[in-house]
Design a protein. Structure first.
Length: 429
């Protein structure tokens, strides 16, 4: 089977579990593939990728109460995990209908994919599948006519989900910043790198403590792609007393710090100066808004809260639409996919104070953008003193466990050289 090397998402398959009990009481349980869809870049039978043992293992885990966590809460009947007999990660959803019919919906990804990014899309898909499962459960799955009643809608929903997943697989630079602040392990990586140079081995150990089986290369990927860090090999120094080589190996160096903040939408502000209907009201609102806005009260919390809007493809496109002009509520262009409800999108953006509604003299409601999500790049000048202090300490206190322990002069010099050589670098978005 020929597979494109760049392919990372394999597809979505839906199984119905059947006991197949005979008149003699014997059972021959099986999983019937009622529908599967794959992206254009990968054409294969998904049945071949999920072994019978893996199907029963997933089914058992679901029915014994395993669940996944989403936004800090457990979601029943969902699992994020890996297959045992195939090299794939999965998002899995189990549904049991009122008529006792049982279904498994599985999205497959390569093991180097951070599948948590796609949770929301899969979760939305399963919400739409549930009522269809109820319809199928009331009929006979082997009856082609009964299945055809819902097959078209189900097939379209799977295609939309695949479309959304592929959109989210081709992130812009701004969305890659969102990846950093939507992931607790990545936020912890950034926090640790803010303390100065750190050995890759130590960084990996710390991350495993936060989340076991984490792939450090995947976690570091957006930092590397955004040129926020550098990596270099350190030869280390020999301890005169023990003969042991200390601080040898690959080190990670932070050369640019980053955070997400809000900024006034410049293009919209310029357009509003010509808008006699709501322009003056909008400008007054913006002035008051940013007079009271203080992201520095809790930059980490602000960055984390803003990141979710960057990683929802529909919300991201909707915010891009609002950057240049305001729209009457009744005449909003339809830029959302079938997965999203415009009222839900508006509600969450209004609650987050990203957009607002302004009425004109005729009492018409206008949707206006209050804040662009902006990646603020910072030269980490604060690192200079930390590096100098730590490299001047006695290596007798050297510790591979502490993030603020002494570092060798070699590590310190490399860190300072990298900060100097990258000072003029500009990261464009």
């Amino acid at each position: 089977m020929s597979v494109p090397q760049h392919a990372s998402f394999r597809g979505i398959v839906i199984f119905q579990f059947e006991l197949n009990e005979s008149v003699l009481g014997e059972i021959e349980p099986e999983f019937i593939n009622i529908l599967s869809e794959t992206p254009d870049s990968f054409q294969a039978d998904l049945d071949d990728l999920i072994s019978t043992n893996d199907r029963f293992r997933l089914f058992f885990n679901h029915t014994t109460g395993m669940s996944m966590k989403r936004k800090g809460r457990a979601i029943k009947n969902f699992i994020i995990g890996r297959l045992k007999e195939s090299p794939f990660k999965i998002l899995s959803y189990y549904y049991k209908t009122e008529s006792e019919a049982q279904f498994l919906s599985i999205a497959l990804f390569e093991r180097d994919v951070e599948i948590e990014v796609y949770e929301s899309i899969f979760y939305q898909l399963t919400e739409r599948l549930a009522p269809m499962f109820e319809k199928i459960g009331k009929g006979n799955i082997r009856n082609v006519q009964a299945l055809a009643e819902v097959e078209r809608d189900m097939k379209n929903d799977l295609k939309y989900a695949i479309f959304q997943i592929e959109r989210l697989s081709n992130l812009s630079k701004l969305q890659k910043v969102g990846l950093i602040f939507s992931s607790f392990p990545r936020m912890e990586l950034l926090r640790m790198l803010r303390e100065g140079p750190i050995a890759r081995s130590k960084l990996n150990e710390k991350i495993q403590e936060i989340k076991s089986n984490s792939n450090l290369d995947i976690l570091l990927k957006p930092f590397i792609e955004l040129n926020l860090i550098r990596r270099d090999w350190v030869h280390g120094v020999r301890d005169k007393n023990t003969g042991r080589i200390q601080a040898q190996g690959e080190y990670i160096f932070l050369v640019k710090d980053i955070t997400l903040v809000r900024k006034p939408p410049a293009l919209l502000l310029a357009e509003m100066k010509q808008n006699k209907l709501i322009g003056p009201h909008y400008q007054d609102y913006i002035q008051k808004y940013y007079t009271e806005y203080n992201p520095f009260a809790d930059l980490a919390k602000e960055s984390e809260s803003l990141s979710k809007f960057l990683l929802d493809p529909d919300v991201f496109d909707f915010l891009a639409l609002l950057k240049t002009r305001a729209y009457p509520l009744k005449k909003l262009p339809n830029v959302l996919s079938s997965f999203s409800d415009i009222n839900d999108v508006l509600a969450q953006l209004i609650e987050a104070k990203i957009i607002t509604i302004i009425k004109d003299q005729l009492d018409m409601k206008w949707i206006c953008l209050l804040a662009e999500i902006y990646p603020m790049i910072i030269f980490p000048e604060y690192l200079i003193n930390k590096i100098s202090d730590r490299s001047s300490m006695s290596l007798g206190a050297f510790s591979e466990e502490s993030l603020v322990a002494p570092i060798t002069k070699e590590v310190g010099q490399i860190a300072l050289d990298l900060l100097e050589s990258t000072y003029q670098e500009i990261i464009d978005f």
